[in-house]
Design a protein around this ligand. Structure first.
Ligand code: JHZ
Length: 392
């Protein structure tokens, strides 16, 4: 693994602080990103134990955005129509944004964060509040193997991919499929979205890297959908190599070609990206300084895990952003890690309250701009760093 990016010392992205903990020195780790020239995998170099990140206090809920609820709903309909699965397992079921679209008898969720697992358990969904591994896979599939395993924004969080894929291959039947959905490395590079890297995102996958990894477990990608969620993701349709039910779609070769043309198999591409990241930091700070020098007020919108990387890397603290708005109950009244900026319950934006809004949840720009039409019409401005720092 060869390092190409250094994002400084970072606290745990989803460890929001209570008021009483503000004075306590936070644990930080060095956030560095590297490239493996043998399997093309891009990953962070220092990892944090899963128990420290994914536990009963996990604050992120997938159902918090209309975009994600719609995406899961539409995709569930497609799955039922196309594959007619009788038994589905979701790895990383969070608060049930995906599984709640299915008949309770047909799905099982796996979610190690107890606070989230309890939400779907209460709704009557079979939910295993454990980390996905071979032992758990055997337990869940003791009486029936899965026709489909789905996992969105979860695999990029799990260090031991070998255990994961072994558990998956023994859980799906021979006609069964695996669908993985994770942020696309290509989109991350193109958008200079360096905030896709934080403690939880151990990997940001390319098709090139995933193909190499899957090959070791007798698995292969037979189709790819490029989706808009989370700043541009790939939805990979995967099968056992010996399963001849599905033909390999042209989309697979197309994605591989595009990634190779961009140079995702070359270290020099990542070195160029690192230079762009440095420039992005300088420009974002210039924008903040320009606004603050005019005595204008800036607030944040969407206290995302991604914001943690940006704010701590660019050293933007509460002297620059008054507070963040967020809709997530677990986050309200707490403070962002590192920058210690207060998170307030979301209120519709008004030009009377603020002049500028830093878009922490840039991946939901469309949804947010629709919601805040009145603010924009009144001359309110957003600040974004994607794909380059600017005022909108
Ligand atoms: P969002 C999390 O990352 C963590 P984050 C995790 N590691 C991951 O991989 C991705 O999710 C999938 C708020 N919001 O989705 C809600 C509003 O307040 O970009 C959320 O707190 N108003 C599992 O945290 C945050 O913004 C709104 O209108 O980077 C969005 O977080 C909308 C749309 C969102 O993920």
């Amino acid at each position: 693994m060869k390092k190409f990016l250094d994002l400084d010392f970072q606290p745990l992205a989803n460890s929001y602080l209570n008021k009483k903990n503000l004075k306590i020195r936070e644990k930080k780790f060095r956030l560095e990103v590297g490239f493996n020239k043998n399997n093309y995998l891009v990953s962070i170099l220092n990892t944090v134990s899963k128990e420290k990140m994914f536990n009963k206090n996990y604050p992120y809920k997938s159902s918090e955005s209309q975009t994600m609820r719609n995406s899961f709903k539409n995709f569930s309909k497609n799955i039922n129509k196309k594959y007619k699965p009788k038994f589905i397992i979701e790895i990383g079921s969070n608060d049930g944004a995906f599984i709640s679209n299915f008949d309770k008898k047909k799905v099982a969720g796996v979610e190690p964060c107890k606070n989230l697992a309890n939400i779907t358990k209460k709704k009557g969904y079979d939910t295993y509040s454990q980390y996905w591994d071979i032992k758990l896979a055997k337990k869940i599939t003791k009486n029936r193997k899965a026709d489909l395993i789905y996992s969105a924004n979860t695999l990029s969080h799990i260090k031991n991919l070998s255990e994961i894929f072994k558990a998956i291959t023994l859980s799906i039947n021979d006609r069964g499929i695996l669908i993985l959905e994770d942020p696309s490395l290509l989109e991350c590079m193109k958008k200079v979205a360096y905030d896709q890297f934080y403690c939880e995102h151990i990997y940001v996958f390319s098709t090139l890297a995933l193909q190499k990894i899957l090959d070791k477990f007798g698995l292969e990608i037979f189709d790819i959908e490029n989706t808009k969620t989370h700043g541009g993701s790939n939805r990979y349709f995967i099968k056992k190599k010996r399963n001849n039910l599905y033909k390999i779609s042209k989309n697979v070769l197309r994605n591989v070609k595009i990634e190779k043309n961009y140079g995702l198999h070359k270290f020099s591409t990542y070195q160029k990206f690192a230079k762009k990241v440095l420039l992005s930091k300088k420009r974002l700070n210039k924008i903040f300084d320009f606004i603050i020098n005019q005595n204008k007020k800036i607030i944040g919108y969407g206290a995302t895990a991604k914001s943690c990387t940006v704010l701590n890397y660019c050293k933007i603290k509460k002297d620059k952003i008054d507070f963040f708005y967020d809709t997530t109950s677990f986050k309200i009244g707490k403070y962002l890690p590192g920058s210690k900026i207060l998170i307030k319950r979301y209120k519709k934006l008004s030009k009377k309250d603020t002049d500028f809004v830093f878009l922490g949840a840039w991946n939901f720009q469309e949804e947010i701009f629709k919601k805040e039409k009145a603010f924009l019409k009144a001359g309110g401005k957003f600040i974004t760093h994607i794909p380059f720092p600017r005022i909108i």
